[in-house]
Design a protein. Structure first.
Length: 46
């Protein structure tokens, strides 16, 4: 029984970490795009 619980926990951790990693990649790419747009706007203002 304990082995089954351990396997389930490891499986859940892998799924959560994978989805979290994808989410971070998406967020970082979006924030980089926003930062580029913001820097262009700032340059125009100056």
């Amino acid at each position: 029984m304990l082995l089954i619980y351990v396997l389930i926990i490891i499986f859940l951790i892998v799924i959560i970490s994978f989805s979290f990693y994808r989410h971070i990649k998406l967020m970082s790419s979006r924030t980089i795009g926003v930062d580029k747009k913001e820097s262009k706007k700032k340059k125009v203002k100056k």
